[in-house]
Design a protein around this ligand. Structure first.
Ligand code: SF4
Length: 372
């Protein structure tokens, strides 16, 4: 389903596209840079704040563009260091954006390193059997503006907590495109959004600090390898053989490992840096030592770091997290084979941390509350 808002989000405009809109309206092109400066550099929250623009032009902007593609409806803070933002879009769809804080010695949580996990679709079409986001299928793609606006919500929130002391524009340190949706399934909007985030007239955020995570759309990985901006790549492997991946990730039937892994290698070769293999450990599904051995071979072959993620239980789904000892044994098997590996510490387990859970629960509550 496609959603066409009454006014497009200003956060989906590039310098060029906005200058073209101004030119068509008889305004000088330099106004585009002024407007984007107000939005990204000065964090204007209303058109009226843009005081060096003529009043009539501010009125024209308000008539033609949306300054708030999303509204914050819920902020769930976990006992550890994860902050989950539930955002409502103009069509009342819900998406999740997560702030993951990495505490550092000697500084408070407000000054910790922040990784932001953003969504690219409402729901997801990929149908991974362990995932809450894919349970109800794909509702729609997010627009470029809706993707960028998630980061502006974070900036707004973080600026209020800690006034920006550093010279950089973004109030965070890393972005992972790993939330709801398959990012490469919404390729054009994603690339436009990340171009805006990266541009000096946008958030000026370095491409090397942006990681795009895919469930394995091999042709799109090859396309991404040739983009002029060098983003990082993470692949959600979750199974080291076709047998296991077929069982839990339908995408593997379309692009099995024989097609996926050469595409990942091509990406790594084009960018000359390590990719990441994400591997959610699920009890009795992929946590056996034969999977660890095969995963080690794959990681060596594609020159990848492995990120092991203990499964977060999803209400209504039968999958379980392996015991800690088993997780550690799996990680050790990789280390002993010379693989660079991280066993992720739990984050956000107490706030419906698994991707899509908070949204799912809120939608169910809404359905219950709606008149029959
Ligand atoms: S794990 Fe990712 S790709 Fe798979 S269904 Fe969930 S959101 Fe989609």
């Amino acid at each position: 389903m496609k959603f066409t808002p009454a006014r497009p989000s200003i956060h989906g405009e590039t310098l060029e596209s906005l200058a073209a809109r101004f030119a068509a309206a008889g305004e000088p092109a330099y106004r585009a840079r002024q407007v984007l400066g107000w939005i990204y550099h000065r964090r204007a929250a209303s058109w009226d704040e843009m005081t060096n623009l003529p009043k009539a032009l501010r009125g024209w902007l308000a008539e033609h563009f949306d300054l708030d593609a999303s509204a914050l409806v819920l902020n769930r803070q976990s006992e550890d260091v994860t902050d989950k933002l539930l955002l409502e879009l103009r069509d009342r769809s819900l998406i999740e954006t997560v702030i993951i804080r990495a505490p550092q010695d000697g500084v408070g949580l407000d000054h910790s390193r922040k990784t932001i996990c953003i969504s690219t679709q409402v729901g997801c079409a990929m149908g991974c059997v362990f995932c809450a986001s894919g349970l109800a299928g794909l509702k729609r793609d997010l627009s470029a503006g809706e993707i960028v606006h998630q980061l502006m919500q974070v900036c707004r929130r973080e600026d209020a907590r800690t006034p920006r002391a550093r010279a950089e524009l973004a109030s965070f340190d890393n972005v992972v495109v790993m939330g709801m949706g398959e990012p490469l399934h919404n390729y054009d909007n994603l690339l436009r959004a990340l171009t805006i985030v990266n541009a000096e007239w946008g958030l000026g955020f370095g491409a090397r600090r942006i990681t795009i995570s895919t469930s394995g759309l091999a042709p799109k990985i090859r396309r991404l390898a040739h983009e002029p901006i060098g983003f990082r790549l993470a692949v959600s492997l979750h199974g080291a053989t076709n047998e296991v991946r077929d069982r839990i990730m339908p995408v593997n039937k379309r692009w099995p490992l024989e097609e996926l892994l050469p595409a990942v290698k091509a990406f790594a070769a084009a960018h000359g840096r390590m990719v990441t293999l994400e591997f959610i450990l699920i009890e009795s599904v992929n946590d056996g030592l034969e999977q660890a051995a095969r995963l080690a071979e794959i990681a060596a072959d594609v020159h990848a770091h492995v990120n092991l993620i203990p499964y977060n239980t999803v209400a209504g789904l039968p999958w379980r997290r392996p015991a800690l000892a088993r997780q550690q044994k799996f990680a050790r098997q990789l280390e002993e084979r010379g693989v660079s590996v991280t066993l992720r510490r739990e984050k956000g387990h107490d706030i419906d941390a698994a991707c899509g859970q908070l949204r799912l629960r809120t939608e169910k509550e809404r359905e219950k509350a709606a008149p029959a």
